[in-house]
Design a binder for this molecule. Structure first.
Ligand code: URA
Length: 243
């Protein structure tokens, strides 16, 4: 877990709510009941201020504060890239974390699989999603259609999608049959349904899509679909340094 230095002290009830111990009201109840200790002393006031140097224990369990957390999710199909949804399971439901301020960095379509970064670090998310940064994203795709040098050139030149012209994209054919292809495509922007729309623009259909990488972050091949793990220190520092 990446524990960053807290810039200021937090109210005890906020500290506990941020770490997913309960809602603000629930944790106030725990405090009033005398179930919360700070530095071995029972505290009954939710407004007292604490930081990461204080030992906070709730009902015998130590609660350590991580200001930011970062997860790599191997998103399955059928799950929406949102924090809440009344019908579908969300990408946040796939994360085994108690805290309540996590969100996905960008979106994958409901039927797209693969790499999705989940965090509560708004600043990093902003950097990675900034159109000015041109963070590259690579996808594996199955295509209904035979991709030839012609489409490779069209992707390289940029495609007119009606509302915008795509930046040069890199298309590599991995294998093909008489009517289908498997490809890797790298794009440098992230517009809605972009990969699917690029293939539609050349008269083909994407039948399967999986994100393999985003900037310096690569999907861990050992990570089972539908599961997540925390980023390693190295992955996080590369992402912060290079995007
Ligand atoms: N492009 C798409 O069409 N869909 C995605 O989910 C991601 C990129």
């Amino acid at each position: 877990m990446d524990v960053k230095t807290m810039e200021k002290k937090l109210r005890l009830d906020k500290y506990l709510a941020d770490m997913g111990v309960g809602t603000r009201t629930e944790v106030k109840g725990l405090i009033k009941k005398g179930l919360v200790q700070v530095n071995k002393e029972v505290i009954k006031k939710p407004e007292i201020k604490v930081d990461e140097h204080d030992e906070v224990i709730v009902a015998g369990e130590q609660i350590s504060y991580a200001e930011y957390e970062y997860f790599m999710l191997n998103k399955p199909s059928g799950v929406v890239s949102a924090t809440e949804d009344r019908i579908h399971k969300t990408v946040i439901d796939c994360i085994d974390a108690k805290r309540n301020d996590l969100f996905p960095v960008g979106r994958l379509d409901i039927d797209t699989e693969g790499l999705l970064l989940i965090t509560n670090d708004g600043e990093l998310a902003h950097e990675l999603l900034s159109p000015k940064k041109h963070i590259q994203k690579t996808y594996f795709a199955k295509i209904d259609g035979v991709v030839t040098q012609r489409e490779i050139e069209q992707f390289k030149e940029g495609l007119d999608l009606g509302d915008f012209i795509t930046k040069p994209a890199h298309l590599v054919v991995l294998c093909k049959t008489e009517s289908t292809s498997e490809v890797e495509v790298t794009i440098y922007e992230g517009k809605f349904h972009q990969v699917k729309r690029m293939f539609e623009a050349v008269g083909m259909k994407v039948t399967y899509l999986k994100r393999l990488s985003m900037g310096s972050l690569h999907l861990d091949k050992e990570l089972p679909i539908g599961t997540a793990r925390e980023l390693t220190k190295e992955e996080l520092s590369q992402l912060k340094k290079k995007g």
